[in-house]
Design a protein around this ligand. Structure first.
Ligand code: GAL
Length: 378
């Protein structure tokens, strides 16, 4: 009787473990454990990625899977090691925001082990070893930045007789997104440059395809100190004899570094900053926008991206045909967003939102900020 009781208790305990975990059918190293999802994030020095890691982990656990998160610190070898660890730990699926193409050997190893990979936010280029990508409409992000300059500089009224002056910055040359952001922005700005209403100080790649000039304006690994130094050099050299009206900055981290460099220059101190663009709706930048320094940012609701990525993961693990609420499968012109150069992967896109002083509350209302950040913004 006693024996039967113990057996029953063990059976009930095992059963409840199994039924409680939605990821059960994914397997894992032991049949009673929920499937493991490995989350590899690129860096922590850009605030958004800290949120992405936390959001993804919460969303994965909410669906009953196990989650492991690792940050690569902008070092691809380190991230590859982290991915290997996920594989060793029996991960069923990986969600990867990579640093550069050096990730491909790790992605190939995952494919070898039949582990599904979802490229998260950044397309993993030159790989044919995975099938899914989830991100925002990155071309539109760039268009919003171009429109920020168009509105902020009132370019529709500018002419070759009274031109506006801008300088251009791009994101990391190893991040495929940086090209989409830049090309989207230039699709808005190029007509004004052609007409002479807008003049570019410093290198002018018409698109990211002008690789030599694109490299000159790009910012390795999105490092703020690199952008700050480049801005200081511009202010002392190419831009020494003009007053810049605008600066195309690809994200908030770099926008703030650029603004810092400008504020140290007498021409731009005391409310005379150029119109500076951004991206990510980081708390410090939204505060800067609210206070009239940075001109705009682009809000990408990364909590929604994380939820959508995990819903995609869940459907793949369950063998379903993915249908992701809030995200659309790229089609038409946007299909190229999923072209790795070796394979066309399925790209699911979420919509970004443009933020200026008139609607800075939008990311706050969406719950984008931590309690501490929200308190600073109010
Ligand atoms: C991009 C990402 C941006 C940005 C940047 C810097 O890939 O889409 O949101 O923050 O990386 O990490």
């Amino acid at each position: 009787m006693k024996k039967l009781g113990i057996t029953l208790i063990i059976l009930v305990a095992l059963g409840s473990l199994g039924f409680a975990k939605g990821g059960q059918q994914g397997g894992g190293s032991s049949s009673t454990q929920a499937a493991l999802i490995g989350i590899a994030m690129p860096e922590t020095h850009v605030q958004r990625w800290q949120k992405d890691g936390a959001n993804l982990k919460a969303a994965v656990e909410k669906l009953g899977y196990r989650a492991e998160v690792a940050y690569g610190d902008a070092d691809q070898n380190r991230q590859n090691q982290q991915i290997q660890n996920f594989l060793t730990n029996g991960a069923k699926l990986l969600i990867v925001g990579n640093i550069n193409d050096g990730v491909n050997s790790a992605i190939a190893d995952a494919a070898q082990d039949n582990v599904t990979v979802i490229a998260y936010d950044r397309l993993i280029m030159n790989s044919g070893d995975y099938d899914y990508y989830i991100t925002f409409n990155n071309y539109k992000v760039g268009q919003f930045q171009g429109q920020g300059l168009e509105t902020g500089l009132n370019l529709k009224e500018a002419s070759a007789d009274a031109p506006k002056y801008i300088t251009l910055f791009a994101g990391s040359p190893t991040d495929n997104n940086a090209k989409f952001f830049f090309d989207g922005a230039m699709s808005v700005l190029n007509p004004y440059i052609k007409s002479g209403a807008l003049k570019v100080i410093g290198p002018y790649p018409e698109t990211s395809a002008d690789n030599a000039n694109f490299q000159r304006i790009a910012t390795e690994n999105w490092q703020a100190p690199i952008a700050k130094t480049r801005m200081e050099n511009l202010l002392n050299n190419d831009a020494a004899n003009v007053v810049l009206d605008g600066i195309l900055a690809p994200n908030d981290t770099l926008a703030r570094a650029i603004i810092e460099a400008c504020l140290a220059d007498a021409k731009y101190a005391d409310g005379k900053l150029p119109v500076v663009t951004g991206q990510d709706a980081e708390a410090d930048s939204v505060l800067s926008i609210k206070n009239g320094q940075q001109y705009m940012t682009v809000f990408k609701d990364t909590a929604k991206l994380a939820e959508a990525a995990v819903s995609l993961a869940d459907q793949i693990i369950k063998g379903q045909t993915p249908s992701i609420p809030g995200a659309t499968l790229a089609s038409g012109d946007l299909v190229s967003i999923g072209d790795t150069g070796k394979k066309q992967v399925k790209a699911y896109l979420l919509e970004p939102v443009i933020i200026t002083q008139s609607n800075w509350q939008v990311p706050l209302d969406a719950g984008h900020f931590t309690a501490e950040e929200s308190a600073r913004l109010k």
